[in-house]
Write a protein that binds this ligand. Structure first.
Ligand SMILES: CC(C)(COP(=O)(O)OP(=O)(O)OC[C@H]1O[C@@H](n2cnc3c(N)ncnc32)[C@H](O)[C@@H]1OP(=O)(O)O)[C@@H](O)C(=O)NCCC(=O)NCCS
Length: 149
């Protein structure tokens, strides 16, 4: 399924629904820190990330949020992470969202760290052009390089 997706920087108004998305059980299960996230710690974290221009919202044709992307550590080694909201998962949007998120920075390589158990994520990153670098018991490392590399 291909949708007319758009991407925009996150704003303070996105803080509330992003907290709910972050505490979704599948999202916590697929995160390296699996503990539930408290509201105050979310507010603190979110405003720090807004200051770093690290958070982006993907919207559908009606401008409703369907996914959040983060590009951390852009200055040194960009690292991407993605969450698609529960109702939109499993509909084949993963690669399209990741491709869109990979346009946020021109720097290459972009790194993705994924739990080896997260098959949907590994497949979606792979379809978006990310290549497997290596995998340990806890982390699968993938990266997007320039196509010539
Ligand atoms: C991981 C995530 C981005 C994938 O996006 P998605 O839109 O749900 O995935 P897609 O529908 O595009 O599916 C991608 C592939 O994974 C497969 N897949 C989907 N759900 C799956 C599941 N639960 N288990 C195994 N494979 C699965 C699909 O069949 C598809 O494979 P195919 O191309 O061979 O048909 C999304 O599920 C998500 O945000 N999950 C919660 C947060 C998360 O895990 N983020 C990533 C952290 S690194």
């Amino acid at each position: 399924m291909l949708l007319p997706l758009r991407i925009r920087p996150a704003t303070t108004e996105d803080c509330g629904f992003l907290w709910l998305w972050a505490n979704d059980s599948v999202v916590r299960q697929n995160s390296f820190n699996m503990k539930p996230i408290g509201w105050l710690s979310h507010i603190h974290w979110f405003h720090k990330k807004l200051g770093e221009d690290a958070v982006y919202i993907v919207t559908d044709g009606a401008h409703d949020p369907i996914a959040v992307l983060r590009i951390d550590n852009e200055e040194v080694q960009p690292e991407i992470s993605v969450t698609i909201s529960a109702p939109w998962r499993g509909r084949g949007l993963g690669a399209q969202v990741i491709e869109l998120g990979s346009t946020i920075t021109d720097k290459r390589p972009i790194l993705a760290r994924i739990k080896p158990t997260n098959a949907a994520s590994i497949k979606a990153f792979s379809k978006a052009g990310y290549k497997l670098m290596c995998t340990t018991e806890d982390i699968t490392y993938m990266h997007l390089t320039n196509s010539s590399e």
